[in-house]
Design a protein around this ligand. Structure first.
Ligand code: M6R
Length: 615
């Protein structure tokens, strides 16, 4: 979703701001803009609908000179993606510019009040009210103090925001603020930087200040930063985090796209996560901040997440219920936040979120925290909001995931969930030391099995041709691989724009079978597990109707080979609960090839955002 960058210092601002926007492109956006304070004492900017590359082209002739500026990529919520709705937005005088990520929920009332007071609006956005509120407070109660003006303006806002504000009358300063939308600040020798996430700051700084909810900060061109809380008190020691990703981790490194790179990175990501996790007393998850006693008494688990992370939640349920024998409820966060839940003194809530900034998932975690549950985050981004707001955190250590479509985070989150399930099972006495060690060994074998699957990408390349001319497709599987089918369908539709529906294979006869006709592509996930023969029967039903079946099957499965049009082969996996970590890799590669065949940009699918920071 929207990306913010800001800089004030001794260097020219525009080059960093444009590079920073390019680094944040992965968050998803539909327009972009930049505003720089020039030596003539005025603000000068460019903004347009479309790509950062278009903005860069326009900036090339705009002569944006100046050492302080702010910039933005916008993912439209209020108002169509257009030049006029792109940020930055200006106040009436054109001397204050703001960029905003989030939603101002009371913008209608504020806009009415501001219009009545004589302000003029130039856009249809909720964000523009902020520029006018800052104008009022800067000229009124803040007496020209930009930090105070933004603090006062924020006091009138409801909703969520990360803001960066620049004023021609406060040269050398940028003021930033946040509530429920991420923002980080870096102090360096050449000035101060702000960004929605550290991806834009890689190579610039090794530690960042992570603004907390309600805080407002002034960055000065000498690199100093003053942070205050919503009531104006000085925050003497703002929270800082070390950036553990180097700049090269977020570059293509010779791959044609980030999706290809991130699919290929899965074995190493899992090895990092799994390293040194077995101690003399079972699985080592020191970062959970949970005593053995607490773990032993957990009597129910809620797992809440969105999208791909929700699919991880479904697998988590099977692992915890099977190994630890604790009942688990799994739900999408956007639904979970609206109904009652049963929380006991021993309830654990696990929120799963790659970005750690998904608004619905954060809201679910807060709800459970308020109800007294212990909240554990499984996330990828160090210092993210989910990590900071939870009682414990398990970092999946997958490295930056730039492609909007989640791949390596999916498999790493699953493996993190397996570690958690083993940890609970051991603490609850359901698995003994030896059984835990055996399962851990099976987990350690997964990276090499994935390496073998990656070598077989040619099978996906060939199978992708079965989707040529298709208008829709069906993904089926049973048990944990019904979830793999769901994840495969999500991958396909989000990057190729080809409709894909997933269904538990046994449910196909209750409706989706009506879709089948000659040539209709059906992907069946059917490894050798205890559901295998039942799923093979479903494949028979598919074939009987002339549909095209592409199976993901275990090496040597003659029944599947005889029936299906194409087979994507996987090596055997000992425990069928772990199988989804392997089977999904084919579906990631298949989706990518289908999308490429259809001419799609696999890294930046339309309408989608990497970090969904609005509810
Ligand atoms: O960062 P999160 O894991 O919380 O993101 C949740 C979803 O938005 C995300 O998984 C989305 O479904 C992906 N684009 C799927 O590839």
């Amino acid at each position: 979703m929207c990306g913010i960058v800001g800089y004030t210092g001794s260097e020219q601002a525009a080059p960093f701001l444009l590079a920073g926007l390019a680094a944040l492109e992965y968050r998803g956006y539909d327009s972009a803009g930049i505003e720089v304070l020039s030596p003539d004492g005025g603000l000068h900017g460019v903004k347009c609908a479309g790509r950062v590359a278009t903005l860069q082209e326009r900036c090339a002739t705009a002569n944006l000179v100046g050492t302080s500026g702010i910039a933005h990529t916008r993912w439209a919520t209020h108002g169509a993606p257009s030049d006029k709705n792109a940020h930055p937005h200006l106040d009436c005088s054109g001397r204050i510019a703001i960029v905003h990520n989030g939603i101002i929920e009371n913008y209608r009332q504020l806009r009415e009040q501001l219009l009545t007071a004589g302000h003029e609006f130039a856009s249809d956005t909720d964000s523009e009210v902020v520029a006018h509120l800052v104008e009022d407070s800067l000229n009124g109660p803040a007496h020209g103090d930009l930090l105070e003006a933004v603090r006062i303006a924020c006091g009138r806002l409801q909703g969520s925001w990360a803001l960066a504000v620049i004023s021609a009358d406060n040269p050398g300063q940028i003021v930033v603020a946040r509530r429920r939308s991420p923002l980080v600040i870096a102090r360096t020798g050449d000035g101060a930087y702000a960004a929605s996430d550290v991806t834009a700051l890689a190579g610039k700084a090794s530690t960042v200040i992570q603004l907390e909810d309600g805080q407002v900060a002034r960055m000065d061109k000498d690199g100093s930063v003053r942070v205050i809380s919503h009531d104006g008190t000085l925050v003497s020691r703002p929270a800082t985090y070390k950036i553990d990703w180097d700049a090269s981790a977020a570059t293509l490194g010779g791959y044609p796209d980030f999706m290809a790179k991130e699919i290929a990175e899965q074995p190493e990501a899992l090895e990092r996560l799994l390293a040194d996790r077995l101690g003399s007393d079972g699985i080592r998850l020191d970062e959970l901040d949970m005593t053995a006693e607490e773990a032993a008494t957990i009597d129910r688990v809620y797992v809440v997440a969105c999208g791909t992370s929700y699919h991880v939640g479904l697998i988590t349920r099977t692992a915890i219920e099977t190994w630890a024998k604790v009942p688990v409820v799994v739900e999408t966060a956007s639904e979970f936040i609206y109904h009652d839940v049963l929380v006991t003194d021993h309830t654990l809530c696990v929120i799963i979120t790659q970005s750690g900034e998904t608004a619905d998932t954060l809201a679910a975690g807060r709800k459970m925290h308020d109800l007294g549950a212990k909240v554990l985050a499984i996330t990828n981004v160090v210092g993210c909001t989910a990590a900071r707001e939870s009682d414990g955190v398990l970092y999946i250590q997958a490295g930056p995931e730039v492609c909007v479509c989640s791949t390596k985070a999916y498999t790493a989150q699953m493996v993190a969930a397996f570690l958690l399930a083993l940890y609970l099972a051991h603490r609850k006495g359901e698995l003994d030391n030896i059984q835990v060690a055996e399962k851990y060994q099976e987990l350690r074998e997964l990276p090499d099995i994935i390496r073998e699957v990656l070598k077989r990408s040619w099978q996906d390349r060939v199978a992708a041709s079965e989707f040529e001319g298709a208008y829709s497709s069906l993904f089926i599987g049973r048990g944990v691989n019904a979830t793999t089918a769901a994840e495969g369908a999500l991958k396909l539709k989000e990057i190729s724009y080809l409709h894909a529906e997933s269904y538990a294979a046994g449910e196909m006869k209750h409706g989706p079978i009506a879709l089948l006709e000659p040539g209709y592509p059906v992907v069946a996930v059917v490894p050798r597990d205890h559901w295998h023969d039942k799923t093979v029967s479903n494949i028979e039903e598919v074939i009987a109707r002339g549909a095209t079946c592409i199976a993901v099957a275990t090496d040597g499965d003659a029944d599947v080979a005889a029936l299906c049009n194409r087979v994507l082969w996987v090596p055997p996996v000992e425990d069928e609960i772990l199988e989804p970590v392997v089977t999904v890799v084919h579906l990631q590669m298949l989706a990518r090839y289908v999308a490429l065949d259809r001419g799609c940009d696999v890294d930046k699918p339309r309408n989608l955002a990497k970090s969904v920071t609005v509810e």
